[in-house]
Design a protein around this ligand. Sequence first.
Ligand code: ADP
Ligand code: MG
Length: 269
Amino acid sequence: MPTEALIRTDAVTVEYPVRGSAFRRQMLRAVDCVSLPIAAGETLALVGESGSGKSTLGRVLLGSQTPLEGVVVWRGHPVTGLRGREWREFRREVQVVFQDTGAALNPRRHVIDSVALPLRWNRGLRSGEAAERAAELLEQVGLPARDFARRLPHALSGGQRQRVGIARALASDPALVVADEPVSALDVSVRAQVLRVLQAAQRARGLAMLFITHDLGVVRAIADRVAVMQSGRIVEDGPTDAVLDFPRHPYTRALMAATPALPSHIRTT
Ligand SMILES: Nc1ncnc2c1ncn2[C@@H]1O[C@H](COP(=O)(O)OP(=O)(O)O)[C@@H](O)[C@H]1O
Ligand SMILES: [Mg+2]
């Protein structure tokens, strides 16, 4: 490898206990010895059907799930060795956008305050500065502060709430965003818009992004590289066009056969 990855998993395995076996404790291997590097500025799509282990691997990268075996290496250092300030920096630099990030906003907090909080806590800005910066972030995700700053989450559409969630993640000035099915809960009509917001942020800031999806249809528009996960393992990993145009693994071919042709309005570029 010419340069050190921004982040990588090194032979990571995660197991969950399976219920129902009273005598023998059975374990499900949700992630099975996965070594996956992500370069700075790269958008990696992690695809695979539901239950293949994508979200579990995402949680491992976020540092919110400890693997049974293997390590996560962040800027060359094992995450388990990070302490104090280094650990807080890691938590700031690695942000997440979930399927329901928008729904997780505090229902009683004006959206500008939800975006301003990480600016104050993670980046130490005073409230006036934080509010100004939060307004800029709202503009960046296509929500003019003049109209949206003082709204409560219930006065937004699902797509608008998800964009507030993205603005909040960006407020920490991350180097990596783990986006776990970020548009899967949205109406098809607004998915392209939210994808464009993520893509624009990725480009403008040179973010790395792990874009987790079971929907191959959105991958071509957004990803530089695609990793295909099946039953806890990465079965294929390569540049997006190579993987989508010349899939090598039968599982990738089966996934593609199950994906309807991408409607033109979903394309973001
Ligand atoms: N907290 C958990 N406890 C037990 N089993 C889990 C837990 N989270 C996920 N699993 C199981 O691990 C496997 C992988 O799940 P997940 O990582 O959510 O896959 P994906 O995101 O690809 O749908 C599935 O079989 C799922 O049921
Ligand atoms: Mg998942």
